[in-house]
Write a protein that binds this ligand. Sequence first.
Ligand SMILES: [Zn+2]
Length: 448
Amino acid sequence: MLLSHRIRLDATPAQCDYFARAAGTARRVWNWAVAEWQRQITAGLRPGAMALKKQFNAIKYVHPDWLDAEGRPWLRTVHRDAHAQPFAHLSKTWARYFDARKAGQPAHPPRFKKKGRCRDSFYVANDRFRLEGRSAVLPKIGRVMLAEALRFSGKIMGATVSREADYWFLAVQVEVLDEEALRRSIGDGVIGVDLGVSSAATLSTGEKIAAPRPLRSALRRLRIRSRRHLRKTKAAKAVAGIVGAIPKGTRLPKSANQVKGARRLARLHARIAWVRADFIHKLTTRLCRENQAVAIEDLHVKGMLANARLARSIADVGFYEIRRQLQYKAKRYGTMIVLADRWYPSSKLCSACWQKNATLTLAERVWSCSCGVLHDRDVNAAINLQRLATGALAARTALPVASPAATLDTAARMVPAADGEVTPVRYEHGQQDGSGQEEDAAHFRARF
Ligand SMILES: [Zn+2]
């Protein structure tokens, strides 16, 4: 099982300087390849990543673009992995692009990377570095201290150095033996999880887990720092005598205070991301550790992010990341992940009598069914999801199915899955009331 451990580097200023140059080199090579690819495509050629790499290797130490003021090839000061890897990445990206186009899916070819707007990173091959306890020995710069030692044992497959605010990280990819990667679960629960905005996760046990909402609490500070930063940019524009949009290719002079402000802003963004990541890691690990089956909704995060009003809180809780982490952690804990498709009306079904409350509105956080049961909307949804998990588990282990999921004719369509694999549960929309597409929108509206 390929696992990745991302470790913060305690690098010296000189080492940070090298990292920035190596990441800049990787970006520049990427941009060169993208430009050359576009040029050749327009010329009717069919360039491949490997051919482009060959072409680049022929010019990289001689072409004036790649020589410094003294006419020396500056690429030699950066380890070659940093400028060879972009071609491998591009090769994959182009393959994905052509596959998507062939399949008729929307796709765009790789784009240019812009300094300050893209992720700064570069690659180091596994035979070019070694780890020694709490330090790593990297090409060209030697020993760099690590914030912690590598937690996994196994064959090291490679590493990526990347930047977040002004911190540098080393992500080490390790091929860990399956028996070592597997984790012991501490419970055999079957749980439904309703992801929401008012509380990040509601469990079918009735427990509500609040998100730390790092963005919301840091929003005020973020606004102040953004405003300060913007003011400095405006001042720089005024000094340069620019009115309106900054013309392409212009580089405004940056004051020391402007650089400092930008760094503060970046650090705040990074901290928000870390608090969020910490919460999601703990939540997903706990769910996988304590349960043999976890059911969540297969939310259409992209579609929901398009709704500007909800976008911030949704992105803040990190729905997409929760699902992604559940899926890979499930493999390590042997947990079964059941995804209820988006037609499944988890909020509207009464978990006691299985009747559908078609008129449930989004404002109703609590509702009572005609059978007399009073429901908390999120807990009810979580219980309905749990039913799917029970059904899916029963279908897999061939135990007698004693779950209402079976009456919904869902269990019959479920395929047995290996541990850790995702079991999608299909729910035929309109099954209950003959309604079709509108079900989807109503369902989402009802949830928030
Ligand atoms: Zn009922």
